[in-house]
Design a binder for this molecule. Structure first.
Ligand SMILES: Cc1cc2nc3c(=O)[nH]c(=O)nc-3n(C[C@H](O)[C@H](O)[C@H](O)COP(=O)(O)OP(=O)(O)OC[C@H]3O[C@@H](n4cnc5c(N)ncnc54)[C@H](O)[C@@H]3O)c2cc1C
Length: 434
């Protein structure tokens, strides 16, 4: 009798053990399935400033969102960004987007931490562009941008020995500055997560495909993810993904990658402290005064963008010596005291260039990918516009008519390049100021 009880006890122990093992196995399998084949309203590929902002905007609308990135948040070009936040654009639509975005950066505590530092920004123009710039400032003021005209004396309050020979019109943006691109993207992501979005790092998407209802992403390590709509926010890697998805070369997006270097210097004593960014179109450069002691020197030279590089090949980790040398020479012509600066480091990153230097934001139905959208070709100035891009893409992907949206995103269609409706800049040969 006792033996029977013992056997029964053993049997039920085994039964419980098996049930627990089974439960764990199913849970793990379900978890794996959730990661590889969960159903979402939107699946975003790319977790840079663009993808995370879109996720945040869609999550705010109550949508079920997943974001997948082969690295992690801000692991792509966002992490390399100078992250300057300005409103001086010469196209009204883009200027409105920049102002909308700048206001979000200034009031970012509602979302999280962006590291936005208001430094002011100085834009000097030579004789050729004096009238154009003045007219442009009129347009900027008409949409609400605070953009006073200043003189060299005022610039010397920030940089005592600045050399602005050849510049005849100088405007100043007191509200502009720079943000922290990694913190911004993580804050968008955290807020989206709070609203239910899922972020999946270290998963590469091998290809995307339309389905009768929705779309599907094939993961490089195996497994699929399905969603009603897929949004590609994959920057310079967008065309590689489209090629792998069977899109022919002639139907790829008109974007190419170009290599840009940033040079970090420690400023001499007399230039320390919070100071404005100085644009130097004469030398096709900008000088960002980062924190209280660093300067980041970046190039505005469109020639850099003429040379396409393969985004799937590794890029040099540091800027080349002659690039550094040339830019140090240029810098000291404009800011002579920088001769005493010391080199700290350099970095390189990629711009996803389009022929007019503005983004492509469109449905990919015309190239056979129904329920799939893309935002790419941000052309090296996409960080500051990331809040506006989030708004635009979330409106577009949820079926809002472009003309009813805050920003008429029809202007960003890929068809504009063949129909001659490129987005125009008033500035043509003074670098990538747009
Ligand atoms: C040196 C430099 C300086 C810049 N300075 C400024 C500036 O001052 N102001 C400004 O406004 N902008 C600036 N920019 C531009 C700005 O940083 C970018 O436009 C913006 O950050 C791009 O964000 P993104 O999310 O579109 O791209 P990325 O940050 O590149 O994100 C794309 C993501 O997609 C992921 N991905 C790609 N393919 C796949 C795949 N198949 N599967 C899974 N994941 C994939 C990548 O891992 C990556 O994380 C600068 C850029 C550079 C390089």
């Amino acid at each position: 009798m006792l033996c029977n009880y013992y056997n029964l006890f053993l049997a039920s122990g085994k039964y419980i053990f098996h049930r627990i093992t089974e439960f764990i196995t199913i849970t793990v399998a379900l978890f794996a399935m959730n990661v590889s084949s969960g159903d979402y309203d939107f699946l975003i590929i790319g977790a840079g400033s663009t993808g995370t902002s879109i996720a945040y905007h869609l999550a705010l609308m109550g949508k079920k969102v997943a974001v997948v990135d082969r690295g992690g948040i801000a692991a792509g070009n966002t992490g390399k960004s100078s992250a300057l936040v300005r409103t001086h654009y010469s196209n009204e639509l883009i200027a409105r987007m920049a102002l909308y975005s700048q206001n979000i950066f200034r009031d970012f505590q509602k979302i999280g931490y962006s590291g936005f530092t208001r430094t002011g920004m100085i834009f000097p123009f030579g004789r050729n562009y004096k009238d154009v710039a003045r007219e442009n400032v009129g347009m900027l003021r008409s949409i609400g941008v605070d953009e006073p005209e200043i003189d060299v004396k005022k610039v010397r309050e920030y940089f005592h020995d600045v050399n602005l020979d050849g510049y005849e019109y100088i405007c100043y943006e007191p509200e502009s500055g720079y943000a922290d691109p990694v913190a911004t993207s993580n804050s968008f992501a955290d807020k989206a997560r709070e609203l239910g979005a899922q972020f999946i790092p270290k998963k590469s998407v091998a290809s995307v495909e339309s389905r009768k209802e929705g779309a599907e992403a094939e993961l490089a390590g195996g497994g699929k993810m399905r969603a009603s709509k897929i949004i590609l926010a994959a920057n310079v890697w967008t065309n590689s993904l489209l090629s792998a998805s069977g899109i022919s070369k002639s139907h790829l997006l008109p974007i190419h990658a170009s290599l840009h270097g940033i040079i970090y210097l420690r400023r001499p004593e007399e230039y320390r402290g919070i100071r404005p960014t100085l644009w130097d179109p004469r030398h096709l450069s900008y000088y960002k005064m980062e924190g209280t002691s660093l300067t980041a020197v970046g190039s505005l030279d469109p020639k850099l963008d003429e040379k396409a590089v393969d985004p799937d090949e590794p890029i040099p980790e540091a800027a080349e010596d002659d690039y550094v040398e040339k830019h140090l020479e240029i810098l000291t012509e404009t800011l002579p005291s920088m001769e005493k600066a010391t080199l700290v480091s350099t970095l390189t990153g990629l711009y996803d260039m389009t022929p007019d230097g503005q983004a492509i934001i469109d449905s990919l139905s015309p190239i056979g990918l129904d329920n799939i959208y893309a935002i790419a070709g941000l052309s090296g100035h996409g960080f500051k516009l990331s809040p506006a891009y989030g708004k635009i893409v979330s409106d577009m992907a949820t079926g809002q008519a472009p003309e009813k949206s805050l920003f008429d995103w029809a202007h960003f269609s890929m068809g504009r390049f063949s129909s001659g409706k490129m987005i125009k800049s008033r500035y043509e040969d003074i670098g990538t100021i747009y």
